[in-house]
Design a binder for this molecule. Structure first.
Ligand code: SAH
Ligand code: F3S
Length: 478
């Protein structure tokens, strides 16, 4: 399955730590669940709290403040977080001064319910309110509960330099947009993260440069929908048409931003996620083809191969338009890897629709995939208007068919590298053996190879001798 998932899983629900700031006395235990954007937000939160006297700690028991950055995307994600909250509360019995706070999407979705019904937390902060943390923390320290779940039109945290948590010193995230305007009917994100807004390109470029100077070798530009990036001086994407003529004429879109970043840090590997098919332009593909340092990998969720389902999901494109985009990618960037997100068993999905998904997968032969059974989320358009009518067993069966096919395609894609020599950026030890390095090629495929005199962060040429469906196995040649 997807190697991107590995980055996520490595840091999911794990104490996130960074270097201590001298003089800071208070201890922050912070964990992050869900998407890469949440992890980057946790880095912003840790940076804001470092100014308030907090250093991170890996030990829950000694924390003055426990924060969990939460995910609402599927019901299971929320259940996992409830279990964590119970765990924190058990530890609080030993350390009664400990304060507990919920950040992120669940905070935004459940708002005061956390304080009223559950009594398990002291602090509730939505994704756009982290700048208010210094005030909110003072309130809870004085024994009150505190909450801020206001969503913003402007907030991009453009001027906050994130501290890097659990970093390998090689790869880092840079957020470029926040929120989402797409309103896919199944998705809770537009409700928890608000309307879409883009970050000032100047602050993106300076963060990229700063990371390069600190020794980082790879950045991932993050947004719910990066291809929709549009800077015209600040404000919501939906208000662009109201902006002045000059602002409209000089606006910077994602293709341009990519090019600016590629030129600003010409030796840095550049990745981005996520691309929404309806917003991905040919210009972005040309920017990718033009600059060697932009990695040849596109995460291009489609959710389903059926045009009828795409319409019910409000995805704004048909199966045929998606195929046209895939053909364009293959033509303009012939060696580009492509990955998917799929949802099995969305409301109204028939066996025919499911077959359309499998046949689309056969056409694309995705390198990686992230696949889920549909989970109805309260408050979404689908929950309001469409019955969750596919029985659980059917969802599970369709999901396993999708996963099995993805595994076959993953292996097929990996086999194409066997016998070739590829450039690998070393990220750290292989999970299975400390005698081997682990890194990725430009297509985001994970490779392992025996250690020599190289070090983390080096770019090396590796000949691929063998593979599994998830890993390339090779030998360094130069
Ligand atoms: N544009 C976002 C999408 C976030 S949600 C991004 O940056 O990736 C990630 C994936 O979760 C979606 O692509 C979809 O496949 C899945 N997902 C979202 N809502 C879901 C739901 N209600 N049930 C099951 N899967 C869902
Ligand atoms: Fe969700 Fe669709 Fe936006 S999946 S994050 S509403 S692009």
């Amino acid at each position: 399955m997807g190697s991107e998932k590995i980055i996520e899983e490595k840091k999911q629900g794990q104490a996130l730590v960074t270097e201590n700031k001298e003089g800071n006395k208070k201890k922050l235990f912070i964990e992050s669940y869900g998407c890469q954007m949440n992890l980057n937000d946790s880095e912003i939160v840790a940076s804001i709290l470092a100014e308030e006297g907090f250093n991170t700690t890996p030990l829950l028991e000694e924390a003055d403040l426990v924060l969990v950055n939460t995910c609402s995307i599927r019901e299971k994600a929320e259940q996992t977080i409830r279990k964590r909250l119970q765990k924190y509360n058990r530890v609080r019995r030993i350390n009664p001064d400990m304060k507990i706070g919920v950040l992120g999407c669940m905070a935004e979705r459940l708002k005061t319910k956390f304080l009223e019904e559950e009594k398990m937390v002291d602090l509730v902060v939505g994704p756009d309110a982290y700048r208010d943390l210094p005030n909110l923390v003072k309130e809870i320290e004085s024994g009150k509960d505190a909450i801020n779940v206001i969503l913003s039109k402007e907030e991009t945290y453009g001027d906050v330099t994130p501290v890097r948590l659990n970093s390998n010193g090689v790869s880092a995230f840079i957020s470029i947009t926040r929120g989402c305007d797409n309103m896919c009917t199944f998705c809770v994100v537009p409700f928890t993260r608000g309307r879409e807004r883009s970050r000032d390109p100047k602050s993106i470029l300076s963060e990229a440069r700063d990371l390069w100077e600190k020794g980082y070798k790879e950045i991932t530009l993050l947004g719910q929908n990066v291809d929709s990036y549009l800077w015209y001086g600040g404000g919501l994407k939906k208000d662009f048409k109201k902006a002045s003529e000059i602002a409209q004429a000089t606006a910077i879109d994602f293709a341009k931003l990519l090019e600016m970043v590629a030129l600003e840090v010409p030796k840095m590997r550049i990745r981005f996620a996520t691309s929404n098919p309806q917003d991905m332009s040919i210009d972005v593909l040309h920017s990718m083809a033009k600059y060697d340092n932009i990695c040849k990998y596109i995460h291009l969720p489609v959710q389903t191969g059926s045009t009828r389902m795409l319409e019910r999901m409000n995805r704004q494109h048909t199966r045929e338009e998606y195929i046209e985009l895939i053909d364009n990618i293959n033509r303009i960037i012939p060696d580009c890897a492509i990955s998917q997100d799929m949802i099995a068993g969305f409301s109204g999905e028939t066996e025919e629709d499911h077959k359309d998904t499998l046949s689309l997968m056969e056409y694309v032969k995705y390198d990686f995939g992230f696949m889920f059974a549909y989970s109805e989320r309260p408050g979404t358009p689908a929950a309001k208007k469409m019955e969750d009518d596919v029985p659980l067993e059917v969802k599970k069966r369709r999901l396993s068919e999708i996963i099995n096919l993805q595994q076959k395609h993953g292996l097929y894609r990996m086999e194409q590298f066997v016998g070739k020599t590829v450039e690998i950026l070393i990220e750290g030890d292989s999970k299975k053996s400390s005698a081997h390095w682990m890194g990725r090629n430009t297509q985001n495929a994970v490779a392992v190879f025996p250690k020599g005199d190289e070090k983390i962060g080096d770019l090396v040429m590796v000949r691929i001798d063998d593979c599994t469906s998830a890993t390339l196995i090779g030998t360094r040649v130069s």
